[in-house]
Ligand binder design. Structure first.
Ligand code: GDP
Ligand code: ZN
Length: 462
């Protein structure tokens, strides 16, 4: 990689916009301390205080000595900082307007406003984190449940990187061994040995990549949420169910920074599974969907959901509309709910059993009956029993998934090449390609534009 980094000092507000009591203005770069010193009035000299210490004082405009805010200032000297540069963090107390004034003041003293993700980009460029770790920072910011956060933290720890590095090492050693074999062709069976080695190694590496990819679906769910549609004819209890799921601590309010989506997404945490209840027409609450848009089109609309909660009312007989919905969702990932079990049953169960083969969940949203089982079922559907392996490496990032899929393909070509008797030096090309692709996951062979594009997705101030 060949990137020239400018190490001018950058500044940004690094706490999310909003009402928080404290907001932090972060400075990073060679001049971070000098610039902070110009506006920070205290008995101490920031230039000489020990590293990783925090100091009380006031931010004053040096032009007119006007006090802008009462602050705590943390001083962290390189290299033990996130960016591996000098870092100063100013904890402001005066609200967002004042925080903005502090930032403006720092910019007038020679700092430059950081681009989105530029702090993390510097951490990457300065070798503090690798690319997959940098991406994990973004995931942590966006994590919607504890489990999602845990996955991102594991990745930040370098779990994925370590695994990828060991796979690359294995490939490299194999390629080296192949070179040696080619250079010493005096052994009789060298051709055969080399082919066997390549075959064995690509099989084992391929298996590990395959295993990683198998976790990708779960990783993606953790990261992005499971788009969920609650459907049923009017008055069966869809809104009640939605409100139940959204209640109290379960509702996760997120604002996905850096994306340009207009729709408001509501997330609920069901045993670690983030359900994304997309509030767009037709998906979240689909009254009369079949009647309105016809069987085929509603099938299509519903097929886009990862999970369908189909609500029936057991205090009434099955209607044609119920049967339509049962038919339309056949074969999709759905959970059929029989709501209002607190009322007298009017629904003919044997009629229902003829229409569906799977287990049906009897619930009463009003009496909170059967809700535990429902939640467990959702968790089971997506996490094989509701547990996310604690320290498993989950691949969740689309870029990583695409690269790993290509790497797996490259190894398949190695295997096919050897089995069809292709010359070893041609097979080597595919093996080398796999090595390159894995390198891209951790940023060892990525292009400059990719880096710029990736980091620009970050929130400002990160
Ligand atoms: P939707 O039209 O499908 O969204 O249904 P609502 O959630 O608006 O509920 C319709 C009516 O059924 C409301 O009066 C709810 O209070 C009631 N309801 C919902 N769940 C239950 C339940 O479990 N038991 C009983 N008895 N009534 C319920
Ligand atoms: Zn409703």
């Amino acid at each position: 990689m060949n990137i020239t980094s400018e190490f001018d000092t950058i500044a940004a507000i690094s706490t999310p916009p909003g009402e928080g009591a404290i907001s932090i203005v972060r400075l990073s770069g060679d001049e971070a301390l000098e610039i902070a010193q110009k506006v920070f009035k205290t008995s101490k000299d920031l230039m000489t205080v020990p590293t990783h210490t925090i100091h009380y004082g006031h931010i004053k405009d040096p032009k007119n000595d006007k006090v802008i805010d009462e602050v705590m200032v943390s001083v962290m000297r390189e290299p033990r900082t996130f960016t591996r540069e000098n870092v100063v963090e100013i904890n402001c107390h005066g609200g967002i307007v004042v925080t903005n004034q502090v930032l403006q003041l720092l910019l007038r003293q020679g700092a430059r406003l950081a681009e989105p993700g530029e702090f993390t980009k510097r951490a990457f460029l300065n070798g503090r984190v690798d690319l997959s770790q940098a991406e994990a920072v973004m995931d942590i910011i966006r994590a919607k449940t504890d489990k999602a956060m845990h996955v991102a933290l594991t990745q930040l720890d370098g779990n994925l990187s370590t695994l990828i590095q060991s796979l690359r090492q294995e490939i490299l050693e194999t390629l080296a061994q192949v070179e040696v074999n080619i250079d010493y062709p005096e052994y009789d069976d060298v051709e055969e040995m080399t082919a066997k080695l390549l075959l064995e190694k690509s099989e084992t590496v391929k298996q590990q990549i395959h295993h990683l990819l198998k976790t990708a679906k779960q990783g993606k769910i953790l990261r992005e949420g499971l788009s969920t549609a609650i459907i049923g004819r009017p008055n069966v209890g869809k809104s009640s169910l939605l409100n139940y799921l959204l209640k109290e601590d379960k509702a996760i309010v997120t604002d996905v920074a850096g994306t340009t989506r207009d729709v408001i997404e509501e997330y609920v945490n069901v045993r670690g599974v983030p359900l994304k209840l997309v509030d767009t027409a037709g998906i979240r609450e689909t009254e009369d969907i079949v009647e309105k848009i016809g069987v085929e089109r509603s099938r299509k609309a519903l097929a886009e959901a990862d999970l369908i909660l189909l609500v029936l009312n057991q205090s009434e007989p099955l209607t044609e509309a119920d049967k339509d919905l049962l038919k339309v969702t056949e074969g999709m990932k759905r959970i059929i709910l029989l709501n209002k079990t607190d009322l007298v049953s009017q629904l003919d169960l044997s009629e229902l059993e003829e229409l569906v083969s799977e287990e049906v969940f009897a619930i009463s949203v009003h009496k909170s009956q059967g809700m535990e089982q429902l939640e467990q079922r959702i968790a089971d559907l997506f996490f094989d029993g509701g547990t996310v392996e604690k320290d498993a490496t989950y691949v969740s990032n689309n870029r990583h998934i695409a690269l790993l899929e290509q790497a797996e393909l490259a190894l398949e070509e190695v295997v096919m090449g050897i089995e069809s008797g292709m010359p070893v030096d041609l097979v080597q090309i595919d093996m080398t390609r796999c090595w390159d692709l894995l390198g891209e996951v951790i940023g060892d062979s990525v292009q400059d534009e990719l880096i710029t594009q990736l980091f620009s997705q970050f929130c400002l101030g990160k």
